[in-house]
Design a protein around this ligand. Sequence first.
Ligand code: CTP
Length: 411
Amino acid sequence: MLAGKRILLIVTGGIAAYKTPELVRRLRDQGAQVRCILTKGGAQFVTPLALGAVTGDKVYQDLFDLTDEQEMGHIQLSRDADALLVAPATADVLAKMAAGLADDLATTALLATDKPVLAAPAMNVRMWHHAATQANLATLQGRGVTMIGPDNGDMACGEYGPGRMTDPLDIVQAVANFFSDATLLAGRRAIVTSGPTHEAIDPVRYIANRSSGKQGHAIAEALARLGAEVTLVTGPVALADPAGVTMRPVASARDMLAACRDALPADIVVCAAAVADWRPAEAAPEKMKKGGDGPPALCLTENPDILATLAQAGPRRPALVVGFAAETETVVDHARAKLARKGCDWILANDVSPETGTFGGDANTVHLITATGVESWPRMSKAQVAGRLAERITTHLTNGGGAGGADEAAE
Ligand code: CTP
């Protein structure tokens, strides 16, 4: 299941660290090669000797150990792995990862890596429920970190609830699933649009909207994680580039459409961008000045509809075209009408009224609308929405739903 996979296991300071020799053995049973970083806290619960014995390798502990650095620099440690697994992942290490701190070997390797990161949280139930921990989790999931657990159960501190590290065998299964998932969309090409567009008024001013790009970026990342070859065509956003995708930054709707056309052919299109419907008919060549004629009147003209253009029937039509419907009232009805009007296969409808906090926030409540029905998903993080959509896309395409337009989107 994990033959030849190189796992860098990072053991941090929770009581569950005592289970990590067992975890290493189970990973190795599946054919993985395991190398360990043990933090100072981790070493309170499991000895380097024990981990060294089960990995058959040196256990790395100190960022400033010259011998370590000569044998295997901290950057090399993470580069030489196929994935990093933090188990147990304490509230502290999750906070450090979310903040980008790098004050020991473990956090430095985590910050320096460009490899997938999985984490098996383990902590007291109150620490798990704390708003800070939950915010850190959302941040990390938004960046593509895969969380394994935690499980519910009796904890060493005598309390009951979520916070117990997932059983080593189940962690191994989750790691194996992660690697097998990574090929589910292999050979499929996807285009994702994300963020707002900027429509120039003059060289320094533009029309834009409040889209953060978080949902579109998370979708690009989720599809890439399943092995798709993803081009992310994004308007201006303040987000990190998702791992493993080809970036096509653009400003205006017209640039966005051109970049999408360049990225064709594709099997999957997901239009998550909040494209400006109108642009100034002519951008002023120089900065507009306050003059004697009072405020300028902007003459607007309609932008091309990227989703509708890509959904048009033809030999280059992607097999599955998915749009979003940003609505503030009668969400599902408006979205249904949009599905028909744009000719796409699926629409994810979301309420973007200010009180929902959807624009710019980390969570979303969506309804998946297809030709055959409406499926309302519970409120979840944008990363989870992305993961669920990527799963649905995979099922649809692998069940032979690849050929048609809205009429055949039988989900
Ligand atoms: N969209 C697009 N190009 C546009 C406008 C919208 O690709 N010029 C896409 C969005 O990315 C989204 C879907 O169309 O996937 C719906 O966007 P939305 O803003 O909800 O709808 P509009 O087309 O703007 O329609 P309306 O103004 O009636 O809400």
